[in-house]
Design a protein around this ligand. Structure first.
Ligand code: HEC
Length: 133
């Protein structure tokens, strides 16, 4: 499998791999929802609701990833898996803050941190595959 193909990631369609891909696709859907909100300068209640639900979903899926697809021999991978849980936790707690104006800037920073974590892990996985080939 060549992850870098067409600039995207593709999953092998067998057993464990496709389960992981399914989790990733669910994470992707939730991440897209929050990413789309980066362009707004102000969030209304409905936006905060989307952010909260998406972050909770991402957290839930990444916990499942840790439980079912951890890679104990791969420190970087484990660390990034932990980061993504920490960041989604932060997003959840920020959405519960009283001062929404201040929270908007904070939550945007965390959404960007989330994006970086996705990219870092995919790059890491990519590099591993290149080493194997
Ligand atoms: C700790 C590592 C890690 C993190 C963090 C991570 N991913 Fe992934 N991602 C993977 C791996 C490994 C695959 C390849 C799965 C496979 O081929 O079975 C993948 C594949 C994908 C795919 C392709 C799924 C498919 O259909 O083949 C998408 C989409 C994706 N990730 C989105 C995201 C998004 C969005 C984030 C951040 C919010 C994220 N990932 C964070 C490890 C990670």
């Amino acid at each position: 499998m060549i992850l870098a193909e067409q600039g995207g990631l593709s999953a092998e369609q067998d057993g464990e791999d496709s389960e992981l891909a399914k989790l990733m696709q669910e994470i992707e859907v939730n991440f897209s929802a929050v990413k789309d909100l980066l362009g707004y300068s102000e969030y209304k209640e409905k936006h905060w609701k989307i952010i909260l639900e998406s972050a909770q979903n991402i957290r839930e899926k990444t916990v499942l990833m840790s439980q079912n697809f951890s890679r104990p021999d791969d420190w970087t991978y484990q660390e990034l898996l932990e980061s993504i849980q920490i960041v989604s936790n932060k997003i959840v707690s920020i959405t519960k803050k009283y001062n929404k104006e201040k929270a908007t800037a904070e939550v945007k920073l965390q959404i960007k941190a989330l994006r970086q974590t996705c990219a870092k892990c995919h790059k890491h996985v990519d590099n591993l595959l290149e080493l194997e080939n």
